[in-house]
Design a protein around this ligand. Structure first.
Ligand SMILES: [Zn+2]
Length: 424
């Protein structure tokens, strides 16, 4: 990866800040369930230790830090008008299993660094309204097979009804909360209201290869893709691999192969669409038996709800055609269908300006991955800054960014926050 373009001297670029961001990401990495792999799950001892360290950094930055009823860490400074809606800079502190160093953590420590810089210069440029840094306790949902739990409790996307969910050992969220020292009956206390926040900005690694291909440290997110997750079952007829002539077969696996290529073709033909079949099982499952049935997953994403719906209809149509031609039956069961989350046009403009100041130009990106910003969009305008990661690799120990890019992210977040503050 290249460093920042030499022709641009980034606004407020602070080498110490970049070094500190990288060091703190490594310090958080050391707080793991096992020494070999980086894993930090919700309501564990590691969660507690990471929260303590993050609270410490928040206090050093000049923020008052507390843990909310869901285990999120909230840092706040009131500014001149403590009753006004706050500007929120945030990301998550949990990880997947055997995670990379930057997913979530980069956003948290960059937000703390930006808050520290804003507080340092508050004598010249007072904060007219509150500033909050939020570190969400569970975004990945690794332990309880959930989504956006930490930010969901803050925004009301989740409520007490989820507390009965259990991890693979049978421990419910409610029990784990008690063990952690939280009170499940008070989970509602984590809830914030519309009007509490004026804007939300999150720095996050891209988790994809586009910025690296463009030679840019940063990108402006325009929307977070909506997603259909479905299971497709194909019923044909099992038979003897030696005796059933090719023309008489009802081979569910061959039909699935054709269907998977058709799904790929539909996604390739559309703009702003990705479709993935990531898992397949065939039965009865023997080398000398024609597959009688298969089951495969479908993950379809787009930033455009109409494009997603149209692509799904087209996939249904193509699968019906294949089913008729091959005398097999396709059944599609939709497990979840979430809408796309648009970033706020005002914040997109503000982040574009920041990226132009830092790296000379801005680039718009669609986020194919989900983020806490989805939950926050229920309460206030959201914006996101993506940071280049090596090879686009994420959810993997090989996840990597450069210190220069961390510095660029810090400079852009600070620039964007200052614009929000100046606009009032
Ligand atoms: Zn993340």
């Amino acid at each position: 990866m290249s460093a920042l373009p030499a022709s641009f001297s980034p606004v407020s670029f602070d080498r110490d800040a970049a070094t500190r961001i990288m060091r703190r990401c490594r310090e958080l990495r050391a707080i793991s369930a096992s020494p070999g792999a980086y894993t930090r799950l919700y309501l564990t001892d590691e969660h507690r230790r990471a929260a303590d360290l993050i609270s410490h950094w928040m206090r050093q930055a000049g923020l008052a830090a507390r843990m909310d009823a869901a285990g999120n860490v909230i840092g706040r400074i009131d500014g001149t008008d403590a009753t006004a809606p706050a500007l929120v800079l945030a990301s998550h502190l949990d990880t997947v299993r055997d995670a990379g160093t930057y997913d979530g953590q980069l956003g948290v420590v960059t937000a703390i660094e930006a808050a520290a810089a804003l507080i340092r210069r508050a004598d010249k440029e007072p904060l007219p309204f509150p500033l909050e840094v939020q570190a969400y306790a569970d975004e990945e949902g690794t332990r309880f097979h959930t989504m956006l739990l930490g930010s969901g409790f803050v925004t009301g996307l989740e409520d007490a009804s989820v507390l009965a969910k259990a991890d693979s050992e049978g421990v419910t969220i409610s029990e784990a909360m008690k063990g952690f020292g939280l009170t499940p009956e008070r989970i509602g206390d984590a809830r914030r209201q519309a009007g509490d926040f004026r804007a939300y900005i999150e720095v996050h690694i891209e988790q994809g290869p586009v910025l690296e291909a463009e030679g840019l440290p940063l990108g402006t997110v325009t929307a977070i893709a909506g997603q259909i997750r479905a299971v497709v079952r194909v019923r044909g007829m099992a038979g003897h691999a030696g005796t059933v002539p090719m023309a008489m077969r009802r081979d569910a696996l061959a039909a699935s192969a054709e269907a998977i290529l058709a799904i790929e073709a539909v996604a390739k033909a559309g703009a702003d669409l990705v479709a993935t079949v990531g898992e397949i099982q065939a039965g009865p499952g023997a080398s000398n038996v024609i597959a009688g049935e298969t089951r495969f997953t479908l993950d379809l994403r787009s930033g455009n709800g109409l494009a997603k719906a149209a692509a799904f209809e087209e996939i249904e149509r193509r699968l019906r055609e294949i089913g008729t031609a091959r005398r097999v039956v396709f059944e599609i069961e939709v497990g979840s269908n979430t809408g796309a989350t648009a970033c706020d046009p005002g914040l997109i403009e503000c982040i574009d300006e920041a990226c132009e100041a830092v790296q000379g130009r801005s680039l718009h990106l669609l986020s194919g991955a989900g983020h806490d910003a989805i939950a926050l969009a229920g309460l206030c305008p959201i914006g996101m800054i993506f940071v280049r990661c090596e090879g686009g690799i994420s959810h993997n120990p090989a996840e990597n960014i450069t210190e220069a890019d961390a510095g660029a992210a810090f400079a852009a977040l600070l620039h964007a926050a200052q614009t929000v503050i100046r606009r009032g």
